[in-house]
Design a binder for this molecule. Structure first.
Ligand code: ZN
Length: 176
């Protein structure tokens, strides 16, 4: 599904004597200020806020990042499927999980091409690619090109944005 991108701000700020360029392209659909724009997910921002614990909501719909080494999914080694913690869409397979040493669950690729939407952001000095669940637009993490083979990619995911379903258990129905 196409999403509208709005260039929301470009500014310069001086941090520690260094010049940092800040720019952000933000999805209208992801903006918590604009509840009418997220009809594509089947739920309004207010509904997600009711359903999700605050720490999950802040990551999924306010683009926060959890502190490194806090997710139990870092150590999850069983076979299974990682699903979006908001809408339950499958996003990653345990087959593609690897130990990145970063403190966040990391994968070499999404479970399929349709599961994820990506966009560039510029929150660091260098642009990085942020990705979202394609079904509910929930923010998941960032993808980098320093991962292992076979893809060379590192999909660095917030553990709180995921739920793990162990192999053999039934996947829950989508809730958006
Ligand atoms: Zn989702």
């Amino acid at each position: 599904m196409k999403r509208r991108n709005l260039l929301t701000g470009i500014g310069l700020s001086v941090i520690g004597g260094g010049l940092v360029l800040r720019a952000g392209a933000q999805d209208a659909a992801d903006s918590p200020q604009d509840g009418s724009e997220d009809a594509m997910s089947g739920k309004t921002m207010e509904e997600w806020k009711q359903i999700l614990p605050k720490e999950r909501f802040d990551i999924l719909f306010r683009e926060k990042t959890e502190p490194a080494w806090t997710s139990p999914l870092n150590d999850e080694k069983r076979a299974g499927t990682y699903i979006c913690a908001a809408c339950y869409q499958p996003l990653f397979s345990s087959e593609d999980k690897f130990d990145s040493g970063t403190g966040w669950p990391s994968f070499t690729r999404p479970i399929n091409d349709e599961a994820i939407d990506t966009k560039k952001d510029f929150k660091l000095i260098w642009p990085r690619t942020e990705y979202h669940c394609s079904n509910c637009s929930g923010h998941q993490g960032h993808v980098f090109d320093d991962g292992p083979q076979p893809t060379g990619q590192r999909w660095c995911n917030n553990g709180l944005a995921l739920e793990f379903v162990v192999e053999g258990d039934e996947l829950p129905e989508l809730r958006a």
